[in-house]
Design a protein around this ligand. Structure first.
Ligand SMILES: Cc1ncc(COP(=O)(O)O)c(C=O)c1O
Length: 373
């Protein structure tokens, strides 16, 4: 079976260094924050080109604290995309604000900047785009809308490690960038972890306090705080893995290029093309296909695992029923969710497995062509 993702291969590759590092961490008992987290924060900030990096317990927490630090409050509106992992919207709900959905641009799978501008009201307090699949939303367009309306841009870069636009890392364009290090991400921890990056000293200071029970000094809590600190183990593991992220990204991009070349002539699929100036990180390789279930069945028959990211757009989830949306409100996002299928994509995937995946997809396309004839 060609796995959709196999994390054990990466572990085997780094086992010696990870074991030595974790042994050292346990000998020092630096389980929460501590020197390994400090080092990772400095290294990740340098990697993405940001002034500050604050290590947290998840990407969801990064989004939550970013909104708090940007002053978003109960009753405010935050413009975001319905085509995302639901955490993007949880964070908006956690601060008591209302998610205002805007449809995506089907070329980028991210927020459409023109539609965002039309959705701005006097209650809008932030714009929260998502770089879905590690592709870039229209970051130049979104930055100019944010500047024009004096609104903070908070980037959900939870899938976008090492992806860039015009040579600059996604996650560093707005007031704050939010990263997840969930194990399956391009840079994955050994459990839950995330980080917020920012160039803004005030945001960094507030997030550092909020993550640690809002302590301005030991046992001095200046507001209602949270326990959202990064664990030492996660800082240590991420520190071992970060130097490999560049090479891993190149390998993902090479696999993505093979898929692109192999499927470019097939009329049954819509591929995601890299816009000028953008470098995808190939977190996920999405293929859009009107007959998704038939394709998935054929791939399973041919021993290739697939997944779907994500089957239901957020505006149609029961949790957000109170907003009163209906099918058809955001057609591009709905179409993406109805047609998207995700192929195996991780750096340790062998060339033979990529070939097997390509052959399986092409075999389905040939069958499908015949069925149509
Ligand atoms: C787009 C997006 N936003 C937010 C998150 C939340 O990150 P975490 O799972 O680390 O809380 C994720 C990760 O699953 C994600 O993919």
């Amino acid at each position: 079976m060609v796995p959709w993702l196999d994390l054990t291969r990466q572990y085997q590759q780094l086992r010696g260094e990870l074991t030595r590092t974790l042994d050292d961490l346990m000998s020092r008992s630096s389980f929460i924050l501590g020197p390994y987290v400090d080092t990772f924060e400095a290294d990740f900030a340098r990697f993405v080109g940001s002034k500050h990096c604050i290590g947290l317990n998840s990407g969801t927490s990064a989004l939550h604290l970013a909104l708090l630090a940007c002053g978003v409050e109960r009753g405010d509106e935050v413009i975001t995309t319905p085509a995302t992992w639901i955490s993007t919207c949880w964070a908006i709900s956690y601060v008591g604000a209302k998610p205002v959905f805007v449809d995506i641009d089907p070329q980028t799978c991210g927020l459409d900047a023109d539609r965002v501008e039309h959705a701005i009201t006097s209650r809008t307090r932030a714009i929260l785009p998502v770089h879905l699949y590690g592709q870039a939303a229209d970051i130049a367009g979104l930055c100019s809308v944010a500047v024009r309306h004096d609104l903070p841009l908070i980037e959900d870069a939870c899938q976008a490690h090492a992806a860039t636009f015009a040579g600059k890392h996604l996650g560093t364009f707005g007031a704050a960038g939010c990263f997840s290090f969930y194990p399956g991400k391009n840079l994955g921890a050994f459990g839950e972890a995330g980080a917020l990056v920012t160039d803004d000293d005030a945001i960094a200071r507030r997030v550092r306090q909020l993550r640690d029970h809002a302590q301005a000094a030991r046992h001095h809590h200046v507001e209602i705080g949270y326990n959202m600190r990064m664990e030492g183990v996660q800082g240590a593991v991420l520190g071992v893995k970060l130097p490999h992220l560049g090479a891993w990204t190149e390998r993902r991009r090479a696999i993505g290029a093979r898929y692109d070349a192999a499927f470019g002539d097939l009329s049954q699929f819509r591929l995601m093309r890299e816009p000028r100036g953008v470098r995808f990180n190939r977190h996920i390789y999405p293929l859009c296909c009107d007959n998704r279930e038939s394709l998935r069945d054929e791939l399973t028959r041919r021993d290739v695992q697939t997944a779907v990211h994500y089957p239901t757009p957020v505006h149609l989830q029961p949790a957000y029923q109170y907003l009163g949306h209906r099918p058809g409100d955001f057609p591009h996002a709905e179409k993406l969710c109805a047609t998207q299928v995700t192929l195996p994509m991780f750096p340790e995937l062998s060339d033979a497995e990529v070939t097997q995946t390509i052959d399986a997809v092409r075999a389905w396309a040939k069958l499908h062509d015949r069925a149509a004839a």
